[in-house]
Write a protein that binds this ligand. Sequence first.
Ligand code: G3P
Ligand code: CA
Length: 252
Amino acid sequence: MQQHGALLREGAVSIVSHRGAAALAPENTLAAVRIGIAQQVDFVEADVQLTRDGVPVLMHDLTIDRTTNGIGEVGRYTLAQLRTLDAGSWFDPAYAGEQIPTLEEFLNELAPANVRALVELKGEWLPEQISAVTDQLQARYLVNRVALQSFEEDTLRGLQQVAPTFARVMLTREWDARIAAIAVELEVSAVGGRPKVLEQHPDLLTELRAAGIGLLVYTLNKEPLWDHAMERGIDLIVTDDPVHLEEWRGAR
Ligand code: G3P
Ligand code: CA
């Protein structure tokens, strides 16, 4: 059984700095991760995919086109090849030379700062690919420091099967009447969705609460959305702008 305590705090909101801190530095780079850490958020979120030689690296899109000076699918390249790319200039020339980090480097940044990781397995992952990563996390005693999330039901089933002790988030794109039932079946700690999911189904939070499951909402970057999330009792607020959010929290 997974540890909800690794993800949820009874009666308190947790702040998740998204793709590092995507509004403030190039997403999924260590420069962005360090901004989240400096704000002492509860979690820094990052998207992870496997290189051709099986190394987990941080990358959101299935291709490297948007956020590097390369082209093509992440999985077509070895780590050594990906390391030659510039993952910062597209965002701002000041970040020229920023590299695609490995999952290991991401976790190494977080460890001394006492900030936890919310790792999204991007795309479809086979059980053996999942366990190759989660076995490493377990060997580093990170079960309570890393939560895992996915949009893909099969990947969530794989996680449930091979890494049941990790807290897990089931991400959703669209409202589906079966959300709470699937979340219970998959034994996730939280469901994640856009604010519209709550508008489409105002009772979702109550349903999830009754099942002991939390709610994560992404991606909230403005004060009115943070106010609303706090009022509703959302468990995890995902933001691209942890600096502005922490200023807002400090002023409340
Ligand atoms: O934490 C939720 C969020 O990461 C999901 O959306 O597209 O940024 O991976 P996306
Ligand atoms: Ca993500």
